[in-house]
Design a protein around this ligand. Structure first.
Ligand code: ATP
Length: 370
C-alpha cells in the first residue's frame, strides 16, 4: 500500500500552494501536499507549527488566504463544513453530557433527518465497531476516559465521512490506554478503508499509526515520508532531532559520494559513510547517527582513526528494554549509545567512569547539509 509512489494515483485531499495568514502572521506557508484514499496520514510538529490550521482548512473551519484545498479533485472553496465529506474529532472530544451514548452517536444523523430505522441501525453498527454495545444507555459521566473517547470516535464516524480528521485525539489518555487506542484506530481505519488525517506533536504516536508523516516547522512542510524513511533518512538536523534521539557530529567534507569522508576536529575522528548526499570537498556538514547504531566496548577497535571515538561513561540510563550510555569524549562533547538489554542485567559489562570506545559502520548514519 503505497499510492503516493504511483504517479497516476489521484490524491483524495490535496493542498495546492496553501498559504494561511492571520493578520501579518503566516501560520501555513506555501504547503503543497497530496493525501490518498485509505491512507493514515500524520501531521507532526511542535506546538504552533500550523498543523491544526492545515487540518481546519480541510474541515472548512478556515479558508486559505491563497492557494486551494481539493477533495477528490474538486476545490472546496466556499463549501461549508457540514457539506464536506469529512468529520473532525477534537482534542477535547466534548460529548453532550445529558445524552446517552446512543443519543450522542445518533445526534448528527438526527440533524440530517435520516429515517428512524436507519439511524437505529447505524448507531448499532457504530456501537459494535467501537465495542461499546453494552454501554448504549449510559451517560458520558458513567464512562471511563477511554470509553468516552470511543463514543466520540463512533459519533464522528456515524455519518460515514470519507475522511476523518483527528486533532490530538489521544492527548487526554494515559500512556497505556493511548497505545491501545492507537492500535484500535489503526484497526478501525483498515476495517473501514477510510482516510485518516491525524494531528499530533507526539512523534511515537505518528510513527506508530501513520503510513506517512509530514514533519512541519513554522508553517512549512519540512519532510513528507514514511516513518522509517523519516527516522533513517531525515533530510535535516531539525527532522533528525524531532524524531527520536540522535547524535550530530559536525565536520568538513574531505571526499564526496559514494563514500563521503568527513573530518571532525571537534569530535576527533574521521567519519566514512556510504551516502549519496550531494556534497563537495570543503563543505561543512553534519553526520547524524542514532544512539542504537553505535556499538560501545571497553576494547579499542582495530582501526581507531575512522568511525571510532573514545571517551568516559558519565551516565547510564536504564530504560528496561535498553540502556542509554552517555559518553563524554575527550574534547568535552557527549555522545549517546543505546544497548539492547537482551539478558537479565546482573552485572553491567560497562559501568560509570569506564573508558570506552564507540564505533559504527559505514551504513549507520546519514550526511546532512542543514
Ligand atoms: P498546537 O499543537 O499547539 O495545536 P499547531 O501546530 O496545531 O499547534 P496551529 O493551531 O495551527 O498550530 O497554529 C499555528 C499558529 O497560528 C500559532 O502561532 C497560532 O497562534 C496561530 N493562529 C492559529 N489560529 C489563529 C487565529 N484564529 N488568529 C490568529 N492566530 C492564529
Amino acid at each position: 500500500f503505497q499510492p503516493w509512489t504511483d504517479p497516476a494515483a489521484k490524491p483524495l485531499i490535496e493542498f495546492r500552494n496553501v498559504i494561511k495568514r492571520f493578520g501579518d502572521f503566516t501560520a501555513v506557508n506555501d504547503v503543497s501536499l497530496g493525501i490518498y484514499e485509505r491512507e493514515f496520514f500524520a501531521l507532526l510538529g511542535p506546538s504552533g507549527c500550523g498543523k491544526t490550521t492545515l487540518m481546519r482548512m480541510v474541515a472548512g473551519f478556515d479558508d486559505p488566504t491563497t492557494g486551494d484545498v481539493l477533495l477528490a479533485g474538486q476545490s472546496v472553496k466556499g463549501l461549508p463544513p457540514y457539506s464536506r465529506p469529512v468529520n473532525m474529532m477534537f482534542q477535547s472530544y466534548a460529548l453532550f453530557p445529558h445524552m446517552s451514548v446512543e443519543k450522542n452517536i445518533a445526534f448528527g444523523l438526527e440533524m440530517d433527518r435520516l429515517p428512524k430505522g436507519e439511524i437505529a441501525a447505524r448507531v448499532e453498527e457504530m456501537l459494535k465497531l467501537v465495542k461499546l454495545e453494552s454501554f448504549a444507555k449510559r451517560k458520558p459521566h458513567q464512562l471511563s476516559g477511554g470509553q468516552r473517547q470511543r463514543v466520540a470516535l463512533a459519533r464522528s464516524l456515524a455519518k460515514k465521512p470519507k475522511v476523518l480528521l483527528l486533532d490530538e485525539p489521544l492527548g487526554a489518555l494515559d500512556r497505556k490506554l493511548r497505545e491501545e487506542t492507537q492500535f484500535e484506530l489503526m484497526d478501525l481505519q483498515m476495517t473501514l478503508g477510510m482516510t485518516f488525517l491525524i494531528v499530533t506533536h507526539d512523534q511515537e504516536e505518528a510513527m506508530t499509526v501513520a503510513d506517512r508523516i509530514a514533519v512541519m516547522d513554522h508553517g512549512k512542510l519540512i519532510q513528507v515520508a514514511t516513518p522509517s524513511e523519516i527516522y533513517e533518512q531525515p533530510i535535516s538536523r531539525y527532522v533528525a532531532d524531532f524524531i527520536g534521539d540522535v547524535n550530530i557530529i559536525e565536520g568538513r567534507v574531505e571526499s564526496a559520494a559514494p563514500v563521503v569522508t568527513i573530518v571532525s576536529e571537534a569530535a576527533g575522528t574521521r567519519v566514512e559513510v556510504n551516502s549519496d548526499t550531494a556534497v563537495n570537498a570543503g563543505d561543512t556538514v553534519y553526520f547524524a547517527i542514532r544512539p542504537e547504531k553505535i556499538a560501545i566496548s571497553p576494547d579499542a577497535p582495530a582501526e581507531t582513526g575512522v568511525n571510532a571515538l573514545s571517551g568516559t561513561v558519565f551516565d547510564i540510563g536504564y530504560l528496561g528494554d535498553v540502556s542509554v550510555f552517555h559518553v563524554r569524549l575527550d574534547g568535552g562533547r557527549t555522545i549517546r549509545a543505546t544497548v539492547a538489554n537482551r539478558h537479565r542485567l546482573i552485572d553491567r559489562p560497562i559501568s560509570w567512569d569506564d573508558r570506552v570506545w564507540l564505533t559504527w559502520g559505514r551504513d549507520s548514519g546519514v550526511v546532512l547539509t542543514r
